[in-house]
Every structure is written in C-alpha cells, then in structure tokens.
Design a binder for this molecule. Sequence first.
Ligand code: PGA
Length: 274
Amino acid sequence: MQNKLYFCTNTKMSKGLTESLSYLKDLQTLLSDLPQKDIELAVMLPFTALYPARQICLKSNILLGAQNVCQETDFSFTGEISAPMLKELNLDCVMIGHSERRRKAGETDSMINQKVLFALSENLTVFLGISETASEKQYMISDEVLRIQLKRSLYGIRAEQVPLLRILYEPAWAIGKDSSCIPPDYVGKKHNTIRSCLCELFGSDTGSSIPVIYGGSVSPSNACRLIDQPNVDGLGIGRSAWDAFTFNCLIRNVQEHVNQSTSKGDKPYAENFK
Ligand code: PGA
C-alpha cells in the first residue's frame, strides 16, 4: 500500500523539441502546487528534448526522464544513449521495457535487465514496463508472462535499489485503444499477480512498497475506476496526457476521487489538493 499517487506520461514520438518544451512549461505552471509528498508525476520526453527540458525544469516537482536507455555502457554502440549519458543530463528517471520497445524494437528480458541494472547504478528511477499481448491474454497465460518478465527484468537488483523502482503494467492489447475496452477488474487481478510476484522476489515488506502503475488507454472517463482497483498505485497515460490542460484535470479528478473514496481512505493523500 503506497502513501502516494503516481502519474506518468511518455510522449513517444508525438512531440518534437518545440512542442515538448511548451508542453512541459504548461504542465509546470498548471501543476505548480503539486504536493510532492502526495503525488509523483514523471514525464518521459524524447532524447532530442531532454537537455533543454532539464534547463527549464531545474527545480520542478515534475520528474524528468527518457523513454529508453542502452543496455550497454561501452562506447561502441552507434546511435545509442547510455545510462551515464542520461545521468550527465541530470535526469530523474527512465522508462525501460515499454511494450513498444519489447515488441516493435525486439527488446528481450535480458536486454531489459541490463538496462535496469545500468540505470539503477546511475541512481535513475526506473519505470519498468511489463505487458502481455492479446494472444497471450487469449491463451490465459498473462500471469505467467508477467511473472517471467518481472523475474528476468529485475534479476540482480539489490535491496537498497528497490526504492528507485516503479512497475508500469501496460498490456500491449490495451495501448492506443478506446478506453471503454479496458476492463478495470482484469487490471485489478493482474496488479494482484504483480504484487504477489514482487513480494516473492523481495519479501513482503519491500515487495509491497514498490509502486505498481497501470497504463493503456487511461482516459478521463476510466481513470477513477482504474485507480480504485486493488494494488493500482498510479496511472501511466499516453494520448490523454499529451494535452497539458487535459492531463492536469485528469490528475486533479483522480486525486479528488481518491480523497473522497472510502475504499482508499486509508491512504494519507493531501486533503487540500484540488
Ligand atoms: P495510451 O498509451 O494511453 O495512448 O493508450 C499508453 C502508453 O503507451 O504508454
């Protein structure tokens, strides 16, 4: 059970440099009262925007991150960006293993594991994407797939690195769809599976402390029903976050909903963040 709400967005290739910077500036203005002790917001921009983005977001309550990192630190990887290079930009976080990286860019669990280890060794917060495909869901092997991805991707992590971990469950079949296609109870069941696997890996105290975030067609219309699900500690949002004003409203609605919800009344979220 977390004492924070987690929100993140990955703008993919939807924004170039100019648009990324104006988006970030708008978000900073709209969310300047974001209480960091209650809400964590991470924004993953394309590599081309990261250096200037860091300059305009030096003392921000928004975590700034990359959408990917190389699995090696050796210089002989033309076209890649290593974890030390991201750290040199003074970034806060990095997304690793997004479903599109796993399936369209052919990343394996062992590559993802290397990326996670290098990123953690640079003290970057890691948003580890795990996901099943539509056919894996159809074969009813989603739990097995998620457990294997977690165990392989997190292999070798030391206990003291766990506070830097966020798990981002974004099933491939749910990304880029109509939000009405996402069954909240299915999401809740998968989050329970993920939580129990994390407890198996790290022990129940540590495993319970890792935020597990849901993503895949989250929108203003389903966000509150998704956050109500067991073990859903936050939301990862694509299209519905790419307009700063819509994202700001979504965050505030979810926050208000959680504050009012008796089922989550045990979470000490800020009462006055409206
Ligand atoms: P979506 O994207 O919210 O547009 O479905 C989610 C993602 O890929 O992170």
